[in-house]
Design a binder for this molecule. Sequence first.
Ligand SMILES: Cc1cc2nc3c(=O)[nH]c(=O)nc-3n(C[C@H](O)[C@H](O)[C@H](O)COP(=O)(O)O)c2cc1C
Ligand SMILES: O=C(O)C(=O)c1ccccc1
Length: 356
Amino acid sequence: MPAVAEFEATARERLDPAHYDYFAGGAQEEITLRENEEAYKRLRLIPRVLRGSDKRDLSVELLGTPSSMPILVAPTAFHRLAHPDGELATARAAARAGTIMIVSMASTTAIEDIAAAAREVTPDPGLWFQLYLQPDLEFTEAIVRRAENAGVKAFVVTVDSPVLGRRERDDRNAFHDLPAGLFVENLRNIGENRSGGNTSHVREIVMSAGLNWDHIAWLRSKTKLPVLIKGVLHAEDARLAVHHGVAGVVVSNHGGRQLDTVPATIDVLPEIAAAVGGAVPVLLDGGIRRGTDVVKALALGADAVGVGRPVVWGLAAGGREGVSAVLDLLRADFDQALALCGGRHPADLTPDQVRR
Ligand SMILES: Cc1cc2nc3c(=O)[nH]c(=O)nc-3n(C[C@H](O)[C@H](O)[C@H](O)COP(=O)(O)O)c2cc1C
Ligand SMILES: O=C(O)C(=O)c1ccccc1
């Protein structure tokens, strides 16, 4: 089975170069983008032996949502740039894999349609919804209601984007608008269509530099669903998140697309896991490309990981089948690495099995 890198190579051949750059790129010098992957290559695994690691069970439950494996689909924007079937294909593949898809608020398919596609595959799909809280809270609440009515099971508020990172590839390519016919569908037909009907601008979603913990309290008051925050890199923020009743934290640097030169997520995971102390689930994304990467993240304290670009590469390479192939590949790779580490279940991995 081809590695994630081979799906990327195929995707690169198929995509408009500006769109490839949008998906692949990071902020500024892309130091963090590279670091996310490089950091895993510096870590060494110590297997345990004679532990009877047959009959492995990769399944986990996260905030009431079951997942067949601790590898989730991280929220990424604009899937119809990658393949005409866009988020419908991704949702069907995630549903077939039995894993959680965190739908991006910036999807090019409406959340209602994404949920319907997933439901064709399985009656109770694990869909979560990523939110950029908009300065207009009434408008934000309308999107929250839409997502709830569509059946999502948790909200993931992205907190690493008070302003958007500077992606120099997008500047060079003058990538400002989606191609004709593509829209940021979750913002359409809401609040009397405040964006005036033009929701095809790449930056239609507003970044809110004013966000603070009160906004998290506001969202919690508006929904009964679990609220996670995504984009935590400082242990103190993880502590504050627990203090403010957040249901889970996602250790993320947005795939190196926001503040450049922040550390690889795997390198800050131990301190964040220590700060959270098991109070709420800790998820991590950024640079996961192999089963051994998943093993290292789980051993160092993550309850599950997210994959962003690998899913996009699968989608661009082969639509739903391509996403399924990437998820199957990561599952098989993780299963093998877990077995080689002497584990039967994701929770069997421990920090002493990872060395610098
Ligand atoms: C093309 C692209 C679009 C993204 N769009 C979003 C988004 O809409 N919302 C969000 O919270 N994160 C977004 N992210 C960040 C991902 O959720 C995730 O943090 C990151 O991709 C993980 O790194 P990886 O691509 O190395 O797996 C995006 C990432 C990429 C690559
Ligand atoms: O490109 C991104 O990383 C991203 O998060 C985003 C934000 C707003 C609209 C589209 C994508």
